[in-house]
Design a protein around this ligand. Structure first.
Ligand code: ATP
Ligand code: MG
Ligand code: FE
Length: 356
């Protein structure tokens, strides 16, 4: 089975071909990702209009490159899978319409994929995980804990009540005058900082409510920075280190709660696992905290390669394969309408063409 995947929901234009043959491990035959970071850097964040335009300009070439790289012709693919939401609607339209045109021209079925389902199933592509497992998705737009119980069977256990974690990193960086994207730059500055200098709040820590919150932490960072301005490089480093420590601590508390819940809900699961996905999962302090937490709780800690943790089309092609082989691809999704909002726990039914 070969599926061509297309991803355009945010600021990456991506295409990929993934293959699954019989009982052997799946294979990523090509995985092309064009990041628009430079186009958006001057604005300190993703500008939807610029993103949509950049997808239009790049997508055809990216799809061609993905097919060429895979040495698979369009004739040989079994289906075209494209992200249909959630995300920036301009980009979604570009990707889904392109996929519809390709599928129609090549007479192949089209599968509409939920972007979050792509993230949720990646660990089965990279590590062959069995259901159920726990997923922590921490990116620029999402902060969620999801129980992944099967294809199309997802239960969201926690989400953020305000900012996404990546967004909190990006806003903190901006306040401190660090360049976009903020996450990697905050981590770099934190390396030479004193994490004990500022006692930032650990939002939600100890709360029985499962969700995340990061806007209060952001405010605390702003107040600390304003109080000691102008900031020296050391001040910036100390704030970054203290911020990162607070985030890791708060995250650890939330995830620890979810691990305990997983044990309770799936007592028969012999080797439970926590999977991390999203750009923030690259952060070594956060990774270290989660790794320690998992080893203490007897969970395997699964972190797929960074290239497959951030937005990419291999995860979309793979989700297409998972749906095809589960008989959940739906009828041809040619009539599917892009959805800017599309919660993961609402994708259980086969996705049919009507859109809404
Ligand atoms: P979506 O949320 O729609 O999946 P996105 O493009 O916002 O997409 P990703 O590309 O997965 O998300 O991740 C980008 C985010 O990850 C940014 O907010 C960035 O600052 C953050 N990030 C990247 N590297 C690090 C790091 N080392 N530490 C902390 N945050 C990081
Ligand atoms: Mg991105
Ligand atoms: Fe994503």
């Amino acid at each position: 089975m070969r599926v061509l995947g297309i991803e355009t929901s945010c600021d990456e234009t991506a295409a990929s071909v993934v293959a699954l043959d019989g009982a052997s491990a799946p294979e990523i035959l090509s995985n092309i990702v064009l990041s628009q970071i430079e186009e958006h850097a001057a604005f300190g964040g993703v500008v939807p209009e610029i993103a949509a335009r950049a997808h239009v300009e790049a997508l055809d070439g990216i799809v061609e490159a993905a097919l060429a790289d895979s040495a698979v012709s369009l004739d040989e693919v079994d289906a075209v899978a494209a992200t249909a939401g959630p995300g920036l609607v301009g980009g979604l339209i570009v990707g889904l319409m392109t996929a519809k045109a390709i599928a129609a021209a090549a007479n192949k079925p089209l599968i509409a994929i939920n972007h979050l389902e792509g993230h949720a199933l990646t660990a089965r592509l990279t590590d062959g995980l069995d259901f159920p497992y726990l997923l922590l998705l921490v990116s620029g737009g999402h902060t969620q804990i999801v129980a992944v119980r099967g294809v199309g069977d997802y239960q969201r256990w926690a989400t953020t009540i305000d900012d996404a974690l990546g967004e909190a990193f990006d806003k903190t960086a901006k306040m401190l005058g660090l360049p976009y994207p903020g996450g990697p730059n905050v981590e770099k500055a934190a390396a030479s900082g004193d994490a004990g200098r500022f006692a930032f709040p650990r939002p939600m820590k100890g709360s029985a409510q499962p969700d995340f919150s990061f806007s209060g932490l952001k405010t605390a960072v702003r107040q600390a920075a304003t109080a000691i301005a102008p900031l020296s490089d050391q001040d910036v480093a100390d704030i970054c280190a203290s911020f990162q420590a607070a985030v890791a601590d708060a995250l650890g508390d939330r995830v620890g709660r979810a691990l305990a819940r997983f044990r309770k809900e799936f007592p028969d699961k012999a080797s439970p696992a926590l999977v991390v996905a999203g750009g923030v999962a690259a952060n070594r302090t956060i990774k270290g905290t989660l790794e320690a937490l998992c080893s203490e709780a007897g969970f395997a800690f699964v972190a797929p390669p960074q290239k497959l943790c951030t937005d990419n089309a291999a995860m979309i092609a793979w989700a297409g394969i998972e749906r095809l082989r589960a008989g959940m691809a739906g009828e041809n999704a040619a009539g599917f309408v892009p959805r800017s909002r599309w919660p993961l726990d609402s994708v259980s039914a086969p996705l049919v063409g009507s859109g809404r």
